[in-house]
Design a protein around this ligand. Sequence first.
Ligand code: ADP
Length: 295
Amino acid sequence: QIFVVGSFVVACSVKVARLPRAGESLAAEAFVSEPGGKGFNLAVAAHRLGAQVDGVFAIGDDPFAAVAVSAFEGVGLAADMLVRRSGSTGAGIGFVDREGENCLAVSPGANRLLAAADIDPARIARAGLVMATFESPDAAIAEAFAQARARGTRTLLNPSPGRPIDPRILADTTILVVNRVEAADLGLDVADPGTAEALLRAGPAVVVVTLGEEGAVAFQRDGPPARQAAFPVAAVDTIGAGDAFSAGFAVALLEGRPIAEALARAAACGAITTCRFGAFEAFPTTADLDRFCAA
Ligand code: ADP
């Protein structure tokens, strides 16, 4: 079982002929709202890949709370992962013009109120891997990771959106997954494995850097770097590729696969996701992944 220290947002966007100017109100061509958040994406992606998924996600007491419940049920995740806070559910608002240019802002809302006390030791005890992103507060992540660590359970951290990593969280992280931008912020240069040494001494046994269409590289405490090329695909929408990669990597490790194989399956999950529009709808199932890997 995978336990996700989660985040949930309702992503709203309007399609407009051009982005509005300050003070202007425009008639939009369409309105779209869809469930999202990195935690939700990881949970959906892992569930599609056949993992049993549990977790904890904070939502508000506004109308979007009901959207969260139906989103979880709609994808086959148990709504008992949701904890309620007074206030707003996480939500984002964006504008997308005809060229695909966009601007957006996201309000974390209740996600900010996920607390250490929300981490149930009985549920962490059932997990074979605990994962988190930086859309959740440090206190909740630190508690979940400390409980996992005390039980010898692996943890995976995707520190996105970027902020400095609390050293206690880093110390309890087994697998750190970062993209190119986050790697640079951590002083990691993929061309120079020596730059990963300080991180590998501070906690993680594996640091994976995802490099978009250049694949990924895993720096390991106990071995040489493992490199994985990206699968050549006709990418149409890279949204969600990183989340698909992290979920694919976690599920593969939970299945007992070695690092090299887990990297390949994770890269395949990322590649498949880029071939489809949307985020969570684009995540592969086990059957999609096996078919892709066999081809
Ligand atoms: P993020 O979306 O977090 O910035 P990346 O862009 O690095 O993450 O993508 C995550 C992974 O998805 C990459 O390591 C790669 O394996 C896969 N991927 C992303 N973009 C492509 C692409 N254009 N073609 C093939 N694989 C891709």
